[in-house]
Write a protein that binds this ligand. Sequence first.
Ligand code: ADP
Ligand code: MG
Length: 392
Amino acid sequence: MTAAQAARAFGEVYGTPCEGVWAAPGRVNLIGEYTDVNEGLVMPLALPRLTWVAARARPDGRLRLHSAAAAGVVVELGPGEPAAPGAVRGWAAHPAGVAWALREAGYPVGGADLHVESEVPLGAGLSSSAALQVATALALDGLHGLGLGRPELARLAQRAENAFVGVPCGIMDQTAAACCVEGHALHLDTRSLAARPVPLGLAAAGLRLLVMDTRVAHELGEGAYARRRAGCEAAARALGVRALRDVAYERLAEALAEVEAAGGAERHGVRPGPLVRHVVTENRRVEETAALLDAGDPRAVGPLLTAGHASLRDDFAVSCPELDLAVATAVGAGALGARMTGGGFGGSAVALVEEAAVTEVGEAVRAAFAAAGHRLPHVFPVTAGPGAHRVV
Ligand code: ADP
Ligand code: MG
């Protein structure tokens, strides 16, 4: 798949050439999971896999949407539409929601024809949704000269996902797609939105990052997400802080005693203590990872990844048998470290692996899945690609 193919497909769908092609990447989060919903720290990197939006402005204010992933159906909206969330459902809610969020924020979004192509796997925890939203926002910005800055673009794409698509995600995915830098992870403070590219230096150190897409998505995901989010908010209130990000690592033991005293019992199926412990230690792991990468020691990041997985599995309880198997097998086969990435309950894991062990680790993981009777995972190495950009 290339931008040229996206441009060609646009011509086939709409019968006229596109004006340009804009791209945004999927992402993997190296470390910092469920910290963004606690105003904390994350460290994603852009995948070298892109979503392309080929587009052309329309003078009549109409918006037409088509994707190769939903071939044949062109979603058509009149001038000023969609007027409100709920007006568009299904995949087209993502780009329509972006147009809505931009207009709501006062940007003069005009009409456009859009065609979408993607090599980001959908629903694999690699954030195809944010790639689609950010590529759409960048295309509308390019067509209509909106002058959107990248952090603002990410914020409005997140608003589209939250308020229009109806998924209460944090700001990480859209910021990763909009702001990542090639060869770097992005150290992002999701409260201040301060973002700093951190050099990964993996190739120079003889290392590779493997993505292990389990190809499962367990249904319990969504309600579990809401319960944990509510649990974190309740714990923050009990501790008298705005968000769990405000609990210092040095104060963890004290904070755990406090939530216990405030009634540490299970509510809605989650206990507050382990949630607090995960968020506080995970923020710490992000800082430690950034420090190691800054010091040019990516090899030492491995154990932090594995510790992060244990925390998500045991304390935050968002892993699943397939993710646990992928992580344990990768580490058992010689990976320096591995963890689930993204929301969990399926989706993908990442492993940090010596270049020479890439094949062995991949084969071990596939063999373990076969032996357990799971669908075979997709295991592939990734490099840190660029953030969203205009291609043509
Ligand atoms: P993830 O973001 O991890 O891939 P989500 O469930 O958040 O998983 O987003 C996947 C959804 O985003 C798809 O079901 C579809 O609605 C939409 N989507 C993403 N990429 C595309 C695409 N290229 N074409 C059409 N819809 C897409
Ligand atoms: Mg998503």
